[in-house]
Design a protein around this ligand. Structure first.
Ligand code: FAD
Length: 456
């Protein structure tokens, strides 16, 4: 009987343990994707998911197979596929978000009750959340301690090229009738089609992920530690959405990045990713609850106009606006700029970090339910291992320091592109028609934020 390989966040053929073990266990295979509306995904990430499915389907076709894409509640769909194909086993790689875990646990129990073999594997993280613990068995709350401990635990290292020989089962007429054809996944925007910038920027898929990784290891990594904070330098790997959708495994990134002399900083960033997932594992409501409860009393402002200006990149602060426009256009934003815009929303505008988290969740192609809320709580000062609230980033100084020639700003805020390298950080001083005046004055905003925090 066939074995079902259920792809979820692991759109790759190489280094994919569930797939490899299924090939070893019992062919023929049914390669399956289920589009389940209960599994939350933002709009930009849905666009990516569409591309990820197409890319995986194309890769499977080169092996003589195909990908069965169905829509509906995962548990019901899985039952249908098992009964229609007579599958004797279902294999998948584990996911760690609360919703996904709940679904997987329920499906596993119900399949096993019917005598079906279910096997799950690691592959999305360097260390699964429960493997890095304090001596008393509790989770780490501080990154440096977490990472020190994690570095003593071997990484999940399943490294294999795509299986050579794969045999595929026919799904049969009942499933053929339900199968979604490409173009029917319902993941792409219709009107308006806002995805033009995403299409210009990205090619989802395993081949592109591996090419980027190779390129990064060849060229960029040498300077990574020095240049990663400068958005115009584009010296970071650009791998985050590829990691998110599993086009490449973190174990593969870890392996290939090892040999570079300055890899330590880069690998530590991958550690932050693991840390975020371990935090979400312990704190399923990470995107809803202040990890520091004293912030529950914070007098956040209701400011729909300010929020809209921030979302559209119309705050009058060039670096903030450049970042928000980059995000809107491409679905990504440089990490340093993410920190600046997050601080601006939470401190300068005194708007609840959860508003920002939601906007990022909808617009980032690399959005994940662990890294996004963890980084927001970190920036807002509401997280456990967070920058203290009173450390308020000055958007002008950040701009002068990390985009000194205004190269990044000019790319995204063309209205002020003609200003000098000096004037571009403070366009209000020279007067610049066609560009927003600052929606809030820096010193006043800073004083207001500190007063709100002190009153807690
Ligand atoms: P590189 O510098 O090349 O880093 C390599 C990899 O390490 C990244 O691809 C990513 O997987 C991981 N990484 C790096 N920094 C972090 C970090 N601070 N936290 C977790 N993982 C990290 N990253 C996401 O993947 N998804 C998110 O939803 C997300 N939301 C964020 C929200 C805010 C407010 C902030 C400040 C940061 C957020 N990040 C998020 C982290 C970081 O900005 C991106 O991972 C990074 O910019 C991706 O670019 P890169 O792949 O070139 O990174």
């Amino acid at each position: 009987s066939p074995t079902i390989v259920w792809f979820r966040e692991d759109f790759r053929l190489a280094d994919n343990q569930a797939l490899h073990e299924a090939v070893r266990h019992a062919q023929p295979l049914i390669c399956l994707v289920i589009l389940d509306d209960a599994q939350p995904t933002g709009s930009a990430a849905q666009w990516w998911l569409d591309g990820a499915i197409h890319a995986l389907a194309a890769d499977l076709r080169t092996k003589g197979g195909d990908l069965l894409v169905l829509r509906g509640p995962a548990r019901r769909v899985m039952e249908q596929v098992v009964s229609a194909t007579g599958a004797g086993a279902v294999f998948w790689n584990r996911r760690y978000d609360p919703q996904g875990r709940e679904t997987d646990t329920a499906i596993k129990a119900s399949l096993q009750a019917q005598g079906i073999t279910v096997r799950s594997f690691a592959g999305a993280l360097l260390h699964e959340p429960w493997t890095v613990r304090t001596q008393s068995g509790s989770p780490y709350k501080i990154f440096t301690a977490f990472w020190r401990a994690a570095c003593t635990v071997p990484v999940q290292a399943f490294l294999r090229p795509a299986p050579e020989q794969m045999v595929f089962a026919e799904p049969g007429p009942a499933l053929e009738a339900l199968r979604l054809a490409p173009g029917q996944y319902g993941l792409l925007p219709t009107t308006p089609d806002w995805a033009g910038g995403l299409r210009e920027t990205w090619v989802p898929g395993e081949a592109e992920a591996r090419a980027r990784l190779a390129d990064f290891c060849r060229h960029d990594q040498v300077d990574y530690a020095q240049t990663r904070d400068f958005p115009a330098k584009e010296s970071t790997s650009g791998l985050s959405p590829f990691l998110r959708f599993g086009h490449v495994s973190p174990a593969r990134v870890w392996e290939e990045a090892q040999n570079s002399p300055s890899s330590e900083k880069f690998l530590t960033e991958l550690g932050w990713r693991d840390f975020a997932w371990s935090l979400l594992f312990e704190t399923p409501d990470l995107a809803q609850r202040n990890l520091r409860p004293e912030f529950d009393a914070m007098p956040w402002r209701a400011d729909p106009k300010g929020l809209a200006a921030w979302q559209r990149g119309q705050t009058g602060y060039p670096l903030v606006d450049a970042g928000m426009r980059e995000l809107w256009h491409t679905g990504i934003m440089h990490n340093r700029v993410r920190m600046v815009v997050a601080s601006f929303l939470v401190k300068h505008l005194l708007i609840d970090w959860r508003e920002g988290e939601r906007w990022f969740a909808d617009t980032l192609v690399d959005y994940d339910p662990a890294s996004n809320p963890m980084n927001w709580q970190w920036g807002a000062g509401t997280g456990v291992d967070a920058a203290p609230y009173f450390r308020i980033m000055n958007p002008i100084l950040q701009s002068q320091k990390f985009d000194p020639q205004g190269v990044y700003i000019r790319r995204w805020v063309p209205e002020i592109a003609h200003l000098s390298d000096k004037a571009i950080h403070t366009p209000w001083e020279t007067g610049c028609r066609g560009y927003a005046a600052p929606i809030v004055e820096h010193t006043l905003a800073r004083t207001r934020a500190l007063a709100a925090w002190k009153a807690l």
